[in-house]
Write a protein that binds this ligand. Structure first.
Ligand code: VGL
Ligand code: ZN
Length: 205
């Protein structure tokens, strides 16, 4: 397919959901501040994909599923280290809904991730076992998309994992930092910015 440059680019809006905003179960500081910025950004893209963290009840990433463990501790899972979280974005719950202020009617795809009961999925492309695909790469390739811009929540978890996977899977990638907010656990935000710069992700402030 040929087309304008804009036709080969997509905006990926990561996890702008109630639970990641103030008052939510896993609130990212100032998380809802991205909403107007994301809305404005979205109008510059012909193609927009939204992601939604979408866990079954009792998901393995929830501290509540591991007796004696508390949120924000790290445990070893069969696929590697996993941070434990408060219960959040449970399928069909009010907290899992997209933020009601999002105004992106031209978004073409909503991709849900983290659905596997035993595997977390920070990245919009691959679950945390680094093997199980979500299908997003195939969708983008089939649509002729070569470059993605990412924004949303949280910079240092789902945004950075998605951006690094985009690069590994052969897409050009940028992150619109003014339309992101981070959690920042033990320096995770600085590490995320460094890893993205190293991987050739353009960082736009
Ligand atoms: C996220 C922690 C757990 C995110 C999702 O969207 O960054 N973080 N689940
Ligand atoms: Zn999650």
């Amino acid at each position: 397919m040929t087309g304008s440059a804009n036709d080969r680019e997509a905006l990926i809006v990561v996890d702008v959901q109630r639970d990641f905003c103030p008052g939510g179960a896993l609130a990212v500081p100032d998380g809802d501040a991205v909403v107007p910025t994301v809305n404005r950004l979205a109008w510059r893209f012909a193609h927009v994909v939204l992601t939604q963290d979408w866990h079954p009840k009792g998901h393995a990433s929830f501290a509540s599923a591991h007796p004696g463990r508390r949120p924000f501790e790290t445990i070893e899972m069969p696929y590697g280290a996993q941070t434990l979280w408060p219960d959040h974005c449970v399928q069909g719950s009010a907290g899992a809904a997209l933020h009601p202020g999002l105004d992106i009617p031209h978004a073409e795809l909503v991709i849900r991730k983290g659905c596997h009961p035993a595997i977390d999925s920070y990245s919009a492309f691959r679950e945390n076992d680094r093997k199980t695909p979500t299908g997003l790469a195939g969708y983008l390739r089939e649509r002729g998309i070569a470059r993605v811009t990412l924004c949303g929540l949280a910079t240092d978890f789902c945004v950075v994992y998605s951006a690094l996977d985009a690069r590994e899977l052969g897409f050009a990638a940028a992150v619109a930092l003014e339309a992101c907010r981070g959690i920042d656990l033990d320096g995770s935000l600085a590490r995320a910015l460094e890893a993205m710069a190293e991987a050739g992700v353009e960082l736009h402030t």
